[in-house]
Every structure is written in structure tokens, then in C-alpha cells.
Design a protein around this ligand. Structure first.
Ligand code: PHB
Length: 386
């Protein structure tokens, strides 16, 4: 009896150690995204794009994916990053949607020397004064998306602008970048407001002030649930005709433009991706995504996809541990759904095209008409020392 017990125990121990060896053979990926709050749909979309890249690589069995919810709250995001790194021993972190959450985890990630692939959060400082060799951003920076729109709007006859954005890091950085570009072109900002982030449901008071200004147009950044509410209320206020609405392209993302409906028609924005881009790489991506999801992919899906693809490419170079993955990530470059992309070795931010697109209706559905392309937009070093 004793003998049987002993050998059973031994068997169990062997099995457990075999399993843990198998688990540690895999690359542990901590997927850190919002699954609740104003950016919940963005988190889900990024995860979908990420999984598409992992599945497409044929290397899914190489990765062990552990998901955590940031709830779009900086202290929660930091606690979850610590858990993924210290408890789950993640080899790499992927995700982050909010610039505020990225700001909160930056020092921890840098100190722990864990590679982080940023799949959304545009916090300009994270690839500027607060850059790190462990942070590689494949999405965009808040400055990169908005800066070119200043010149574009001026060239298209806009002289005076009123700005609106949520009152947190991303809102401030996006408006500051647009302002710089617009003023350098010769335009004037006649006023602006930052609205309470995650709390504003009624934009009425802010729209009243914008309407009373002598601006030719309004420039904004909103995303997720706030973008849906804002675009609908802007239209309901009857402001669109007198003051056309512009912004960064998250405002009318294909992810939620259907919920905005006709209110989104005619809105002109700038972004690093539109599902209507007419390239072989994009058509292929859109078709796989559509087969799976029954709709067009958004910029968030592409960012997730490129985060997954960058990780796969880094691993293909033989990198499996934290240090090697961190070193390999910035060397990855390819032409993907959004066009050519490569990582700037001076900042670890992506260099990519920025597209100006208008939301139009075609055959009864809302779609994106690309009006212009600004090629290979690259941020300045902005105090980054690698
Ligand atoms: C950000 O906080 O950096 C952010 C959030 C949502 C977006 C874009 C940027 O759509």
C-alpha cells in the first residue's frame, strides 16, 4: 500500500514538474488592457487583433497569455503590472490604452527591466523624456497623430479653432501637439476646455461655450464611450454646419462609428490607420478580420495585431528572455495593414504614415474616405536618452 502511495506521489510530482517545465518553456505574456470603463471596447478590440497575429504566426503554442484588467485607472494598472511581473513572472507585457496608466507603470517597468509593447497609450513622454529601452511603442504618440493636422487644417482654409478634450494626459498632449502645428502654420486658437475625464456625460455646457466663440472649427480628442456621446451631442446641438468638427481619428473610430450614426458624417480627422486603405497588406488583414468578426477592423485592432506581430518577429530572432526580447523589439520593421512601420531607435516610438480621413456614408453605411497622407511621421527626441 505504502509502495503504491509512494509511486503515485512520485508520479504526481514528476507530472507537476514536467508541467511547470513545459509552462516555463513558453513565453509568458502579460496582456494588460481595460476590460471595463470608458475604454472597455478598445481593450477587447486590441486583444482580438493581438490574437489574430499570434494565430496567424502558427506559433500560438509558444505563448502563455495572462490577462489583467486596468479598469482605465492608473493605480489599478500599476498593481496589475506588478502582479504580472512579480507573481506570474511575465517575460513581456503587452497593452495599455490610457496615457495615464502608461505614466503610472513606466518607472516600474523600467526598473524591473521587463519589455513592454505599448499597443495604444500615446503618452508622448513615454518615448520622450521618460523613454526606456524596455518600452517599445507600436501604436502612435499623442503628438505624432495630431501635429500634422494643424498644417492640414490651415491649408484647407481654417484660421480660428476652439479645442475640447478630456482632462488627463492624453487630452492635454493631443491638444498641445495640434496647437503647435496649427499656430506654426499661422492659425489661432481662440479658446478651449478640458472636460472631466470618465465623468462627463453631458457636454452641453462646453458646447454652448464653443458655439459662442468666433472659431471657424472645433478640434477635439475623445475616444470610446466619450467619443460616442460627444459626436452625437455635437450634432444634436446643430453645431456641425457653423463649426465643422475635426479631431484625431479616434473620435470617429470604425469601432464605434455605427453607434454615432449620421452624427459622424462629415467629421474630418487624422490617424495612423483607416480600414479603407487601398493596399494589398491591408486588404488581406481586413478580409481575415471581417471573416472572424463580421465587420471592419479599427485602428485598435491593427495596434493589437502589430503588437502581436512585433512580438512574434522578436521571438523569431531567437529572443526568449526579458533582456533579449527588449533588445529585439526595436529592430522589427515591416509593411503592415497601416503601411510601412519601423521603430525609431532614438525613442522606441513607431515611425509611420498619418492619414487624414473623412467619415462619409456610402451604400447606407458609414465608411472612411482618405483625403490625404503625411508620410513617415517621426517624433523629435523630446529629451529621450536611451
Ligand atoms: C490615451 O490615453 O493615450 C488614449 C486613449 C484612447 C485613445 C487614444 C489615446 O483612443
Amino acid at each position: 500500500m505504502n509502495k503504491i502511495m509512494t509511486s503515485a506521489l512520485l508520479g504526481a510530482t514528476l507530472l507537476a514538474s514536467a508541467q511547470s517545465a513545459a509552462a516555463s518553456d513558453k513565453i509568458d505574456v502579460g496582456l494588460l488592457l481595460p476590460y471595463g470603463g470608458v475604454y472597455a471596447s478598445l481593450g477587447k478590440e486590441i486583444e482580438g487583433g493581438f490574437m489574430q497575429a499570434i494565430e496567424e504566426s502558427g506559433m500560438a503554442d509558444k505563448f502563455n497569455i495572462i490577462k489583467e484588467d486596468t479598469e482605465v485607472k492608473p493605480p489599478v494598472g500599476l498593481a496589475k503590472a506588478r502582479k504580472l511581473v512579480l507573481q506570474d513572472k511575465a517575460d513581456v507585457l503587452v497593452g495599455l490604452v490610457s496615457s495615464g496608466v502608461l505614466g503610472a507603470v513606466r518607472d516600474f517597468v523600467d526598473g524591473a527591466k521587463v519589455p513592454l509593447i505599448v499597443a495604444n497609450a500615446g503618452n508622448t513622454a513615454a518615448t520622450g523624456a521618460k523613454c526606456s529601452p524596455y518600452i517599445t511603442r507600436v501604436s502612435f504618440s499623442n503628438a505624432q497623430v495630431n501635429r500634422p493636422m494643424g498644417q492640414w487644417m490651415y491649408d484647407n482654409g481654417i484660421r480660428k479653432v476652439y479645442t475640447l478634450a478630456p482632462d488627463y494626459a492624453a487630452g492635454h498632449q493631443m491638444i498641445e501637439a495640434f496647437t503647435k502645428g496649427f499656430e506654426a502654420a499661422g492659425g489661432k486658437i481662440v479658446g478651449g476646455t478640458y472636460t472631466p475625464f470618465r465623468k462627463t456625460k453631458d457636454f452641453g455646457p462646453y458646447l454652448t461655450t464653443a458655439s459662442a466663440s468666433d472659431a471657424d472649427a472645433v478640434f477635439t480628442f475623445y475616444a470610446g464611450g466619450e467619443a460616442i456621446a460627444f459626436v452625437k451631442q455635437y450634432d444634436a446641438f446643430g453645431l456641425k454646419k457653423d463649426k465643422p468638427l475635426y479631431g484625431s481619428g479616434f473620435l470617429t473610430s470604425p469601432l464605434y462609428v455605427k453607434a454615432q450614426g449620421a452624427a459622424a458624417k462629415g467629421v474630418v480627422t487624422s490617424l495612423h490607420y483607416a480600414p479603407t486603405l487601398d493596399t494589398a497588406e491591408n486588404k488581406k488583414f481586413v478580409s481575415v478580420f471581417k471573416d472572424k468578426n463580421g465587420r471592419s477592423p479599427s485602428e485598435f485592432a491593427v495596434q493589437g495585431y502589430d503588437a502581436g506581430r512585433s512580438l512574434v518577429e522578436a521571438v523569431k530572432t531567437g529572443a526568449t528572455d526579458r533582456e533579449a526580447i527588449a533588445k529585439a523589439l526595436p529592430t522589427v520593421s515591416y509593411t503592415g495593414p497601416r503601411g510601412p512601420m519601423k521603430i525609431d531607435p532614438k525613442t522606441n516610438n513607431v515611425i509611420q504614415n498619418i492619414y487624414v480621413y473623412e467619415t462619409i456614408e456610402m451604400n447606407g453605411t458609414l465608411t472612411q474616405k482618405v483625403l490625404g497622407t503625411i508620410e513617415n511621421v517621426q517624433d523629435g527626441v523630446n529629451g529621450c536618452k536611451m
